[in-house]
Design a protein. Structure first.
Length: 488
């Protein structure tokens, strides 16, 4: 296929050249009706290119097949059989994938380190989750993706499961044994879904971890806006094999997706694919070299340790590591990742990616260079020099793995939509939660609808909030009270 083409971008250029006059949405009419103050902040080009996908970018019948051609080019670029664009982020795409594999009251094996969007899919569909436990690093208080053996054991106990879902890479850059998990699924004749939101870049350089399609997954979901050049909400999902029919996957996406997709997001996805095919290898040569340098420099700062393969990979841990996720353990500074992140934003206008009770992280991409790297390293040296100002930090009461693992006693859907009440957190011990309680980022629920709450998990969340943790999806974001199910 001709990857010098960018069908969406070319159609947008043609739209402008034809000077078409819309009597359709969007109501701003290419910015003519937009408040000048908004134009000043966002720019004219955003509104000029914000047109309808049909009766705009394409005709009423979509007879030019612009989107279809762009999706075919994307599939060819990464070696998938089918690709679908989504303008609602991977949060929607992963739900569409789940619904294409399992329906109400059917079982799906799910790694318990799944993102909150997966839990939302369980709630909406009424799927029965069979949780597969992650591998826990007790020394570093960090969960790695579940092993292939863990999925094999889950299938042995639940042979009627319709498939499996695994998250890889994690927001910490750690990766599953995808080939092993795919073999386990296919031995049972069922598909593997991979939430690969953090892996858009993986197909484009051999020194990056193996991506889902090459590992044998049936469908994978990728957030191009996370590690690629897509706009926020730009997502794709790829499909191969015959265990999931493409028309079924497309039908599920239609069920959940918007009828007003953003051409701006389509155009960015289209342009990113062309960029990666033409320049991706060289761009990631540079990015990987830069990451190696940055990791070495940060690791040399007193009180900081950059986690590498020796820390995260091996038996009982992850199978691989994306080096572009720079995970920094700051326990040597005697403070928390939350305080480090807040100090850097206030004093250096730097936003770190992920922070927890003992780590902060910086996400590098092909867009970084020596200038941004130097900005980051200089700021980290400065915060290390001022660490005394950030002590003592409130202690987060992180439970042992067994105490973090809650019992699922009610279907997520039934708990979420059933009768509920809001109770003080101290009185929620032993009750079944009716909401997600999710430290964000990374967005992995500590408690999800239908799980029975324990004192250990509630103390973890309350102490975390006091230390700077954000729990945005709770009805009470300070977790001073919790929404629980009223049990008969």
């Amino acid at each position: 296929m001709d990857h010098s083409k960018a069908p969406v971008l070319e159609a947008l250029t043609a739209y402008h050249a034809q000077n078409q006059t819309p009597f359709t949405p969007p109501g701003h009419k290419q910015g003519r009706g937009t408040d000048p103050r908004v134009l000043h902040a966002l720019g004219d080009a955003v509104f000029r290119s914000d047109v309808l996908a049909t009766s705009g970018l394409d005709d009423r019948m979509s007879s030019k097949g612009i989107l279809e051609e762009a999706q075919e080019l994307m599939a060819d670029a990464v070696g998938a059989e089918h690709t679908f664009f989504s303008t609602c982020g991977s949060s929607l795409s992963v739900k569409a994938a789940m619904l294409s594999v399992a329906g109400p009251h059917q079982k799906l094996l799910v790694g318990r380190d799944a993102h909150k969007s997966v839990v939302s899919g369980l709630v909406l569909a009424g799927i029965v989750p069979i949780w597969v436990d992650p591998q826990w690093d007790a020394e570093r208080h960090l969960a790695h993706p579940p092993s292939a053996d863990a999925f094999r054991a889950a299938f042995a106990e639940h042979p009627d499961a319709r498939g499996a879902l695994v998250t890889t890479p994690t927001p910490y850059g750690t990766c599953s044994d995808l080939p092993g998990i795919a073999r386990v699924c296919h031995d049972h004749g069922v598909p593997l879904i991979v939430d690969e939101a953090w892996g858009a870049h993986l197909p484009f350089h051999p020194d990056l971890p193996t991506w889902a399609m090459d590992a044998g997954a049936d469908v994978c979901v990728t957030s191009v806006h996370k590690m690629g050049s897509g706009l926020e909400q730009g997502s794709v999902f790829h499909l191969q094999g015959d265990l999931i029919k493409p028309e079924v996957l497309k039908n599920r996406e239609d069920l959940l997706g918007t009828t007003s997709p953003s051409v701006l997001i389509y155009a960015a996805l289209d342009g990113w694919r062309r960029q990666m095919v033409e320049h991706g290898h060289a761009l990631y040569d540079d990015a990987l070299a830069l990451a190696k340098s940055v990791r070495t420099q940060i690791d040399g700062i007193d009180g900081m340790r950059v986690h590498g393969r020796d820390d995260f990979c091996g038996p009982g841990r992850a199978s691989d590591l994306d080096p572009l996720q720079v995970i920094i353990d700051i326990t040597g500074l005697g403070t928390t990742g939350y305080r480090i992140a807040d100090w850097l934003r206030e004093h250096h206008a730097i936003n770190l990616h992920l922070s927890d009770h003992r780590r902060s992280s910086a996400q590098l991409t092909h867009a970084d260079d020596e200038t941004t790297a130097e900005t980051l390293v200089t700021a980290l040296r400065d915060v290390a020099a001022h660490a005394g100002e950030l002590r003592p930090a409130p202690r987060v009461e992180v439970p042992d793995p067994a105490e973090l693992r809650l019992e699922q006693v009610i279907l997520p859907r039934d708990a979420f939509f059933g009768r509920t009440e809001q109770v003080p957190w101290e009185k929620a011990v032993g009750r079944v939660t009716a909401e997600m309680l999710t430290p964000y980022p990374p967005g992995i629920p500590a408690a999800l609808p239908g799980e029975r709450l324990t004192s250990e998990v509630l103390h973890y969340l309350r102490s975390g909030v006091e230390a700077g943790m954000v729990v945005p999806d709770a009805a009470d974001t300070e977790v001073k009270s919790v929404r629980v199910a009223i049990e008969d």
